[in-house]
Design a binder for this molecule. Structure first.
Ligand code: 9YW
Length: 438
């Protein structure tokens, strides 16, 4: 039975969600829809866990790191024993990959590198608690620093071989924004082969309305790319040659820049000065890369389709990558709060939707094609705070807490009505709520 929201505080309800989705040493991304650990979810979940239990937050990230590949890549899914999700470990077939870990089953692609943000949050929470908790938090930074560094180095080499300062992705899933209109053109060039093994989706059984999900045609392309990668055993160099989707992802690049700064700060504190210097260079390179993509027409940053060599012109939240990583001259901040975005008069809450509400192609109920994702609002709030824009951070926090007040912890929200959509009791939504409430 659901407890009325008025009886239990939002923070208690958020904590209940994380406890309910806790599988022991990892947190399922969502109770039914996503019964495994997702990489960027786990980073944000750890941010929330740090508000509940520093040791549990440390465990979450350690579980993720146990799945790290020998190349440094952190895989986008770490599989639990749970089932009901497709594509599962059999379909990924990563046991043939030389770099995959032996003891853990994982997918063979990655997701945005938000983890260093969580490492810093855990350290701060541990220090605030003091005593043994502080010692544990500090020891965990010391022990894991090298693994996070290897992760960033992998992104900066395997995924930016010609050092443009832009992270190349090989699947829309790697962006975390699976069916964003950003990927429509590159996906249009992906033609599934006749020998694509058959598939039965499970995601459509867990949501109220299948129109909120990617289509079957989109799914066929997603799985064809998995097939291409599986056939070259997820070898980085071979993947670049065979994969039908190669896009320089501007938002992932911005995340790598800010996360590298966070890691550099930790490196300085913990006596890894050379590594810190390397990470600062890396941050500067990716900031410059992000800036190089800005459209002189729209003022938004663009992804680059590496196969066709063409810019991808869409009006999505990823266009604010410069604002996010702190290379905006003020014009993006104005655009962000203006009528095409958070200031659009029809919005239920002044929060950034995944696609501009002024774009005629915006679909308010469909996943990454229009809904507001609380974790995206949180990421911008985090960035604003870091940049000293306390007012911007406060506005996003206040509006988000109003959006979340009913305590459903939706995966994403309809921007005009505020209705929660997708999975409810979504872990990372609960986690960022806890951070906002702290
Ligand atoms: C999938 C878990 C994941 C997120 C992604 C989001 C969605 C579906 O759910 O992906 O099947 O991987 O797009 O960003 O990590 O919450």
């Amino acid at each position: 039975m659901r407890v009325p929201v008025s009886d239990v505080g939002l923070g208690d309800r958020a904590a209940d969600v994380l406890r309910g989705n806790d599988l022991g040493s990892m947190t399922a991304a969502a109770p039914r829809l996503y019964p495994h650990m997702w990489s960027w979810d786990s980073g944000l979940i750890a941010v929330g866990l740090a508000r509940l239990s520093v040791p549990r937050a440390i465990t979450e990230l350690r579980t993720l790191l146990r799945a790290q590949w020998s190349t440094g890549m952190i895989p986008h899914i770490v599989f639990s024993e749970g089932d009901g999700y497709f594509p599962g470990p059999e379909r990924w077939g990563t046991e043939t990959a030389a770099a995959a870990p032996a003891a853990v089953r994982t997918s063979g692609i990655c997701q945005p590198p938000v983890h260093a943000l969580a490492v810093r949050r855990i350290l701060d929470a541990g220090r605030a608690a003091g005593g043994e908790t502080r010692d544990q938090a500090e020891a965990s930074v010391r022990d894991t620093f090298g693994s996070w560094l290897a992760w960033h180095r992998w992104l900066a080499t395997a995924r930016d071989p010609d050092r443009r300062g832009l992270v190349e992705i090989h699947h829309g899933w790697e962006s975390g924004m699976d069916n964003s209109p950003r990927w429509d053109r590159p996906y249009a060039a992906v033609v599934p082969g006749d020998d694509l093994p058959g598939f039965v989706r499970t995601d459509v059984h867990h949501v109220g309305d299948v129109r909120e999900r990617p289509t079957d045609a989109e799914y066929g392309r997603y799985l064809w790319i998995v097939e291409q990668l599986r056939r070259v055993r997820y070898d980085d160099a071979a993947a670049r040659d065979v994969v039908g989707f190669r896009v320089a992802d501007v938002f992932m690049s911005a995340i790598l820049a800010v996360a590298s700064d966070e890691l550099a700060g930790l490196g300085d504190e913990f006596g890894f000065a050379d590594d810190a210097a390397e990470l600062r260079e890396l941050a500067a390179r990716f900031r410059a890369g992000v800036l190089s993509t800005v459209s002189p027409v729209t003022g938004l940053a663009r992804d680059l389709d590496r196969r066709s060599g063409r810019w991808i012109e869409t009006e999505t939240i990823a266009g604010f990558a410069p604002l996010f990583c702190g290379v905006d001259d003020g014009s993006q901040r104005a655009l962000f709060w203006g009528e095409r975005w958070c200031g659009h008069p029809a919005l239920a809450h002044p929060l950034p939707p995944s696609v501009s509400p002024a774009d005629p192609g915006m679909r308010p109920r469909t996943y990454w094609r229009g809904p507001v994702w609380p974790i995206v609002s949180w990421l911008f709030g985090w960035a604003f705070e870091r940049q000293g824009d306390d007012d911007g951070a406060r506005r996003l926090r206040a509006a988000s807490l109003r959006q979340l007040a009913a305590g459903d912890f939706g995966e994403y929200y309809e921007p005009f009505t505020g209705e929660p959509l997708g999975s409810l009791q979504q872990s990372w939504t609960a986690a960022v709520t806890l951070d906002w409430l702290a």
